[in-house]
Design a protein around this ligand. Structure first.
Ligand code: AMP
Length: 287
């Protein structure tokens, strides 16, 4: 990979990079398309990163289907190279250094998954150092990851653009995810309730004509989720700043405010996440 990248430098090619954990679906492919539209070369990585899974999480069960992923990427075209390292190559052991985001572990995904953000920041930093992309493409679906990585490249002076691309959805609004295959037919039928709940609260924020508070916004989301008995758990409903994902107490749309409303729920045993950008957050993040 490093030798290949050295050649691209000699050829003065811009390199777009799409890091993934495989089990590719149309959401991933939309990032690939964006990258190949905007760069001479597109590199996709496929690596199920163990350091972002906490104990007891679904690391062993995470779907792995390299051959099918490669066939899919070949069929859509536009990808010049797939980097699919094995675990030993990425983590030979005894590492002294990691990328540790401060003040991030209590945020959204970090609450239920304490190792998540350090794992994500560290692996993306390592992949950036190997691939040395001009620009990288991430899905808004994982919004706290996007904001963290935009901060990482800024804080650590990394010369790569972090582009945030719209979440690709099924026709009923459910965000595409590798985990959706675990939903039973009846669970799948109710899964769009998450996006619906977030959108109703977003509408409330943007049309109320007054300052709205976090408890009000959270209550709107919870009220819609409560209409669906198959929602077995609401892990969090976060109403946060688009700059650092810290919770905000209130939101003033008239004053040009922006916020990220995100949530993780379980339907049966399947964990689903989604988010909406409110007010000026959209223009601030989707650069
Ligand atoms: P993953 O393989 O789950 O780590 O995802 C790899 C990249 O694809 C991440 O940047 C995700 O945010 C992005 N992604 C996952 N699902 C979607 C989706 N439905 N629409 C757009 N991007 C997505």
């Amino acid at each position: 990979m490093i030798a290949h990248r050295d050649n691209l430098t000699k050829l003065n090619q811009s390199v777009g990079f799409v890091p993934t954990m495989g089990a590719l679906h149309s959401g991933h492919l939309s990032l690939v398309k964006k990258s190949s539209d905007l760069n001479n070369t597109t590199i996709v990585s496929i690596f199920v990163n163990p350091s972002q899974f906490s104990k007891g999480e679904d690391l062993d069960k995470y779907p792995r289907q390299l051959e099918a992923d490669l066939a899919l990427l070949r069929s859509i075209g536009g990808v010049d190279c797939v980097f699919a390292p094995d675990e030993k190559e990425m983590y030979p052991g005894n590492a002294l250094c990691h990328v540790e985001p401060s003040d991030f572990s209590a945020i959204c995904e970090g609450q239920a998954r304490p190792d998540f953000f350090r794992g994500v920041a560290t692996i993306v930093c390592k992949l950036f150092n190997i691939v040395r992309p001009t620009a990288s493409y991430f899905g808004q679906k994982d919004i706290s990851q996007c904001i963290l990585l935009q901060r990482m490249v800024r804080d650590l002076n990394m010369q790569v653009a972090v582009r945030v691309c719209a979440t690709l959805r099924e026709s009923d609004g459910l965000a595409m995810s590798s985990r959706n295959v675990y939903l039973s037919p009846s669970e799948r039928a109710v899964a769009p309730v998450l996006f619906k709940a977030l959108n109703e609260a977003k509408l409330f924020c943007e049309t109320s004509g007054r300052v709205v508070t976090r408890p009000e916004v959270q209550a709107r989301v919870n009220a819609v989720l409560a209409t669906e008995p198959q929602v077995s758990q609401v892990e969090y409903v976060s109403f946060a700043s688009h700059e650092n994902m810290k919770e905000v107490d209130k939101f003033d749309f008239a004053a040009g405010g922006g916020a990220v409303l995100s949530s993780a729920i379980r339907i049966g045993k399947v964990r689903l996440i989604d988010n909406v950008l409110i007010g000026s957050a959209h223009s601030a993040i989707s650069n």
